[in-house]
Design a protein around this ligand. Structure first.
Ligand code: SF4
Ligand code: SF4
Length: 431
């Protein structure tokens, strides 16, 4: 084991992390819901194709949605019961997606994946693909695809930064399931055939750093508490001193970055033969009665989650899926947990910006804070003028949508929303 401090990077911001609302609370199991709504689009890539029909009986762990291409992912029943619907539903983010709806029969019946024959690299990757595992940190990219780079990599970096305020799932898992994470890491390193394994943890998680010190072959890097430390490019730079050039990917500099939760899913798929049917999320914010860290079935309605946490306080004004910096505002609780969800935040006035935007005063604070060294005010102004060629010239496509620019903007401009819209238009118009 080696332990060292990571490099600093200029820019980025220092946010109040608000982790104290539930960082000391162990993960609780949410009882299995009466119904689950399993989206067929819980990952980047082509949606899965339902392979069950209304009326079918299914067991927990049974395949209900088949990956429909090389970049896609299987979806498994997260409770046993009867398929009562295969429907297009609009979720809390306003996205229309195909869902398989299962009503719980309380039978407790579960099936597992077949025992794997050997633990050689290709077999491990195939198992991870079969189990429907995707990047559980939020990206949702199918993990098996990430484990088959075109050239040999040098580093596997595990992202234990969890730099988003409020969220504590990775932290709790690092304390409560340390050994399972380590086993998952070893399997993934074997699949990639890499010898150098780095675990990056932010300095505000000393207990997690301590927990991993027993593993001889991990290079633990203590990261400065800085947002967005968990962004792949910054994590790679701070742990290996390598810079991922604009338009390139981590594998172009010999690195694969994986998330803590994904490592547990890999361990469970390989050692316990369990497909991905559960998730861990933080429910927090001053607008929820009892903040918690929860383990729950995929597809659980947020109404069940909120009820288990004692309900929403009257003064709550905003719901967010994910963290406050990169999460997305929800239009309501008509949302069902997906593989990539890490949090549900219920925020009150003072925790979220409620001020109307005013004119930009050209103070350049947003540019000073941008970790990608962009000029957000110019991208925003191009986006609002419909000049998407200009937005692209100013580097819109390199924006991480991290929110650092908007965080300190005195004019409360909705910079990220404008840049995100410009990125969508640039893709749509193939500029
Ligand atoms: S921080 Fe806000 S007000 Fe200042 S330049 Fe950027 S967009 Fe304009
Ligand atoms: S422009 Fe993009 S990358 Fe830069 S601070 Fe804003 S959201 Fe983050």
């Amino acid at each position: 084991m080696s332990i060292r401090k990571g490099k600093n990077y200029p820019y980025g911001i220092h946010v109040r992390d608000m982790k104290e609302l539930c960082c000391d609370l162990p993960i609780e199991n949410l009882p299995a819901p009466k119904k689950v709504y399993l989206s067929m689009s819980q990952h980047i890539g082509a949606p899965a194709t339902p392979i069950v029909n209304v009326g079918d009986k299914v067991k927990k762990g049974q395949l209900v949605g088949q990956a429909s291409g090389p970049v896609s992912a299987n979806v498994y029943a997260s409770i046993p019961g009867t398929v009562v619907g295969i429907e297009e539903l609009v979720n809390g983010l306003g996205q229309k997606q195909l869902h398989v709806v299962i009503e719980n029969d309380d039978s407790g019946e579960e099936i597992l994946l077949p025992e794997i024959e050997n633990r050689l690299g290709p077999t491990l990757i195939e198992r991870i693909r079969l189990a429907g595992i995707v990047g559980l940190g939020g990206a949702g990219f199918p993990t098996a695809v990430k484990l088959t780079p075109k050239s040999q990599l040098e580093y596997l970096i595990i992202n234990g930064a969890e730099c988003e305020p409020y969220l504590n799932c990775d932290y709790r898992l690092m304390l409560e399931r340390t050994d399972d994470i380590y086993k998952g890491i070893k399997y993934v390193a074997k699949a990639l055939n890499v010898k150098k394994i780095i675990l990056g943890i932010e300095e505000n998680k000393p207990l997690a750093i301590e927990a991993f010190k027993i593993y001889e072959d991990l290079d633990i890097v203590i990261l400065k508490k800085q947002y967005p430390m968990g962004s792949e490019k910054h994590l790679i730079y701070c742990t290996t001193n390598r810079k991922v050039p604009v338009g390139k990917m981590p594998f172009d500099v010999g690195v694969c970055v994986q998330n803590i939760k994904t490592m547990i899913a890999c361990y469970e798929a390989i050692d316990l033969n369990k497909p991905l049917t559960e998730m861990v999320m933080t429910v927090s914010g001053k607008g929820i009665e009892n903040p918690k860290n929860l383990k729950l079935a995929l597809g659980t309605p947020l109404t069940d989650v909120v009820e288990y946490c004692g309900g929403i306080k009257e003064r709550a004004i905003k719901l967010v899926a994910g963290g406050p910096m990169m999460g997305k505002a929800l239009i309501g609780l008509n949302h069902y947990t997906r593989k990539t969800d890490s949090g549900l935040l219920v925020l009150i006035d003072g925790e979220t910006n409620t001020a109307e935007p005013s004119n930009c005063i050209n103070c350049a604070k947003c540019a000073k804070n941008c970790p990608m060294r962009l000029m957000p005010m110019f991208i925003e102004s191009c986006a609002l003028a419909g000049d998407f060629v200009g937005a692209k010239k100013y580097g819109a496509m390199n924006c991480l949508e991290c929110g650092s620019c908007a965080y300190n903007c005195p004019a409360k401009r909705s910079l990220v929303q404008s840049i995100s819209m410009a990125k969508n238009k640039i893709r749509e118009m193939k500029l």
